[in-house]
Design a protein around this ligand. Structure first.
Ligand code: NDP
Length: 337
């Protein structure tokens, strides 16, 4: 059983030495347990927060020497649990390893899914985050302008498409010309700006002549700075993530942006709301799963994945995620379906 362990807590950007691949015997299920084989592992930005000693409000830190945690699609290979049979496909949290034991809690049967990896992306946590953040909090109206950072990522690609579906004008911000092309040609953004190009703020102002009504915040940093002066009265800002800051060891040097932020929020009567998607499964997941299933089946939402082969590639792929190397939902294919 190969496992990727947290070898050391990163200082700033994670490096390969922060991870260690080890091998242990495949465990045997006891009464009430199932043995899971991981088919797909989801790689997500929140994992960076769980590599810090402080962890996050929604999950504890990964202990040094323990396997990295993560959402997975698994095949049950042996079961001593009344609710599961060998061969079942399930959504679980087996982490960065080939095999794991489970007592069944937190496992969701997936039935016969033609593309099981979608349970981690377009039909799973990241698209659900886009759905709740954009539709429940952002509430875009036809003709409004919606701006999306990390526009081609797992969450962003769905935010952009759903905003479009609701009749909004959608402007993406992404890392590099290739991703921007993909955003417009494949995901239906009206326009997409490269976050690395100089004068992002001026370019954004040029493509948002009517200001910004919804800013789906996933990034922070210069993207937020560019958006802030363009926000309209009564704009909505779902605060989903601030990926540009996950590697910060200390508060950034430079001018203090707090007064500008607060005064904009106040004067423009902006509604800024943070959300953690775990809170919404009980009330909204069923609606999401049904609607998203229909949109995908009808070709109205495209499912883009960035699939990396092999568990041993997970550290490098995760480092790449935090550098913007992925386009679409990043998943590791650990074993064949
Ligand atoms: P993505 O697939 O979008 O991958 C991360 C992307 O972030 C990169 O590809 C990169 O794209 C972009 N990025 C922007 N600025 C930076 C920067 N300064 N440094 C590095 N990368 C940057 O990941 P997800 O879709 O899974 O997550 C997107 C956001 O949503 C994250 O902030 C995440 O924490 C958050 N999230 C929040 C949840 C919640 O419950 N609130 C649940 C799930 C995700 P590019 O180079 O194109 O800009």
């Amino acid at each position: 059983n190969r496992r990727v362990l947290l070898a050391a807590r990163p200082h700033g950007k994670p490096v390969p030495q922060d991870f260690r691949l080890d091998e242990t015997p495949v465990p045997e299920p006891q009464d009430g347990q199932v043995l899971l084989r991981t088919l797909y592992l989801s790689l997500d930005p929140y994992m960076r927060n769980l590599m810090n000693a402080a962890g996050a409000s929604y999950a504890p830190a990964v202990a040094v020497g323990a396997p990295m945690v993560g959402g997975t699609v698994n095949r049950v290979v042996a079961s001593r649990h009344p609710d599961f049979r060998a061969g079942d496909l399930v959504l679980g949290n087996a982490g960065w390893q080939d095999y794991a034991l489970s007592d069944g809690s937190g496992l969701t049967p997936l039935g016969d899914m033609p593309r099981p990896s979608l349970a981690l992306g377009a039909l799973g946590m990241t698209a659900f985050t886009a759905y709740v953040g954009l539709l429940d909090i952002g509430q875009p109206q036809p003709g409004e302008t919606v701006v999306v950072g990390a526009a081609t990522g797992a969450v962003g690609a769905v935010v952009g498409q759903l905003a479009r579906l609701k009749g909004a004008r959608v402007i993406g911000i992404a890392g590099g010309a290739d991703k921007c092309r993909l955003a417009v040609e494949e995901l239906g953004y009206d326009s997409c700006l490269d976050r690395h190009a100089p004068q992002l703020a001026a370019h954004l102002a040029a493509v948002c002549p009517n200001g910004i009504d919804v800013y789906f915040e996933s990034v922070g940093d210069e993207v937020l700075d560019a958006v802030l002066p363009l926000l309209n009265n009564h704009a909505r800002v779902p605060v989903c993530g601030i990926i540009a800051h996950y590697n910060d060891g200390a508060p950034p040097a430079g001018p203090d942006h707090r007064p500008a932020l607060l005064s904009t929020v106040l004067q423009k009567r902006i509604r800024m709301q943070g959300f953690v998607i775990l809170d919404h499964y009980a009330t909204r997941f069923a609606d999401f799963r049904r609607e998203m299933g229909e949109w995908i089946a009808a070709g109205r939402v495209k499912t883009r994945e960035d699939v990396v082969d092999g568990l041993e590639q997970a550290p490098d792929a995760f480092i790449g995620l935090l550098e913007g190397r992925n386009a679409g939902k990043l998943v590791v294919r650990v074993a064949g379906d």
